[in-house]
Each structure stands twice: as C-alpha cells, then as structure tokens.
Design a protein around this ligand. Structure first.
Ligand code: AKG
Length: 229
C-alpha cells in the first residue's frame, strides 16, 4: 500500500509539497485528486462553520446507502445543505435531509470554490450543494464507495473540507486493488476530479475506516455541483 502522510514535519513527499496549495496526491497517477494541507485550519470562516455544525440540528443518524447492489448502514450523521434553486440530490440511492445552506457553510463554499478555480485546471466551478458528514468519534466511518455522479453536473469535481479529528482516508484502485492512503487533518482540502479520462470516481473507491483510538469528532463538508432540474 502507498501511504502518504502529508503532515507538517513529515519526511519525503510532504517536505516537497508547497504548504497550502492544491497538489496532485502522489500514488494516484491516472486520476485527478488534489490535496491542500491546512488551508482551512484556523480560518474565520471554517471555525465559524465548525462551531455551528458540531451541534447543528437536523443531521440524520446512520443513514442507509445503496452500494454494490445492497443497502448498508453508514454509521455517521449526514445532512445536505443546498443553495437556492438547487434540486434534490440523490446520494448513493438515498436522498438526504436537505436544508438551505447556512451562511457559515456558504462562506467555506465560496473559499473552496476560489481555491479550486485558482489552483487546478478544472475551470469555473459552482458548488451548489454540500453533503455534511459528522463522525462522532473513530468508531464512525464510511465504507469503500465511489460517489454516484447521477444528478451531478458531468465532469465537475467534488471538494471536501475536513474539520476536527484527523482520520485516515484510503483510496483503492478499482482495477488493480492498489491502495493509497492519506491522512486528513483539520483544515485540509481534498478535491476529487471527475474529468473524462481522469475521473477519480470511475477509477478509485474511497473510504474512512474505523479508528477506535480516535475519541474526537470530525466533520467533512463535501461540496458538489448538482445538475439543475
Ligand atoms: O468524510 C469524508 O471525508 C468523506 C465523505 C465521503 O466519502 C462522501 O461524502 O462520499
């Protein structure tokens, strides 16, 4: 397994990375997957979002998703937040409880959009939906899956901002089974590209495994471009 621990002070690969810039994840050579360490660590907009989401009402506990032809429990809390006019988004067979996007999450969305436009080759992006995942502790996880692109604008990336506890994030190549692992820490921005020919969702699965020693909460804000109805 390729393990890339892109942490401050870590050796080799991490040392060569420019802090705070989106860069291709090493070990993933056939798809676009970019990571920027710490760009949302301690920023006013991300801290306000974190504070508001930790106890935000309306999260659905342990939603069911349809993966590999079966329904599975997903031990985490989820909530969708949508911009005005965004149609309902169907995530892996289930439509999440969705509320209007809060001002705090909107501020993170706008900054994430800017970073993606400035530091990748995907062109203009308009994220209009955020699927929030709240993992109360390391017992909560998300199994190996790739995000259904049904209902999303074709070729648009998915951007994920991590807040709170550090968690392992494992990519697995669908054809070869090869694994690439990164550590997602507070403030990291991960961008999974979906451009034709380098589509990370088509070629790789991703997952967050259980880590029993992790006692703290993590929340991910995953921004998507939902196709207008
Ligand atoms: O929490 C994360 O960083 C990953 C979430 C995820 O895989 C998803 O929303 O599809």
């Amino acid at each position: 397994m390729d393990i890339h621990r892109y942490m401050a002070g870590a050796p080799a690969a991490a040392a060569a990375r420019k802090p705070g810039r989106l860069q291709q994840v090493e070990g993933i050579d056939d798809a676009d997957v970019w990571l920027a360490k710490g760009v949302f660590a301690g920023t006013p907009e991300s801290e306000a979002a974190w504070e508001s989401l930790k106890s935000h009402p309306g999260f659905e506990d342990t939603p069911q998703v349809f993966v590999w032809g079966k329904w599975h429990n997903q031990p985490r809390d989820t909530l969708g937040m949508a911009c005005d006019g965004c149609p309902p988004y169907n995530y892996s067979g289930s439509t999440n409880t969705t509320v209007p996007m809060s001002p705090e999450v909107t501020a993170v969305r706008i900054r994430a959009q800017q970073l993606v436009e400035e530091q990748t080759n995907v062109g203009p992006v308009e994220f209009n939906y955020c699927l929030l995942n709240r993992y109360k502790n390391g017992l909560q996880k998300i199994g190996a899956h790739s995000d259904s692109e049904k209902g999303l604008v074709r070729g648009r990336p998915i951007a994920c901002v991590s807040k709170g506890a550090s968690r392992r994030f494992i990519f697995r190549h669908k054809a070869t089974g090869r694994k690439v692992e990164i550590l997602l820490e507070d403030g990291d921005l991960l961008v999974m590209g979906c451009a034709e020919g380098r589509n990370s969702q088509e070629l790789w699965t991703h997952e967050i495994p259980q880590q029993k020693k992790v006692k703290d909460m993590r929340i991910s804000l995953t921004f998507r471009c939902v196709r207008p109805a």
